[in-house]
Write a protein that binds this ligand. Sequence first.
Ligand SMILES: [Zn+2]
Length: 141
Amino acid sequence: MLKKFLREAVAIIVGKQSEGIADLLNTKKHMNEFLIAKKLDLTVNQTRNLLYKILNYGLVSFIRKKDKKKGWYTYFWKIEVLKSLEFLRSTLVKRTDQINYQIKSRETKEFYICKRCNIEFNEENALSYNFTCKVRGCFYN
Ligand SMILES: [Zn+2]
């Protein structure tokens, strides 16, 4: 279950096709970004792009280590489980609110459809355009 939730949280940010990165990052120790790239079959730059996107939302953390010989830094990453779950929860709460709003407005408001243009107008819009279609000025009822 946790695995599924982590995948969902990551998918919201980087899309369904990249959600597998959540499984890789769900480790106790931070993981070498070159290894992540290899396992995902991506370049290191593509992998970093994904990781930085997720980092923007605080769902991953990193440490960096300097290679003493070569002098460059290698980054190691892992997922932040609690933050990911909180992110998923708040996203789902927002969606639920939107759906509830849609349900409420379907129950309480009138909608008008222009059959010619196949477009729907709510009451406010229909009224302000005097019950003509905003697109081509068709009349509808
Ligand atoms: Zn129309």
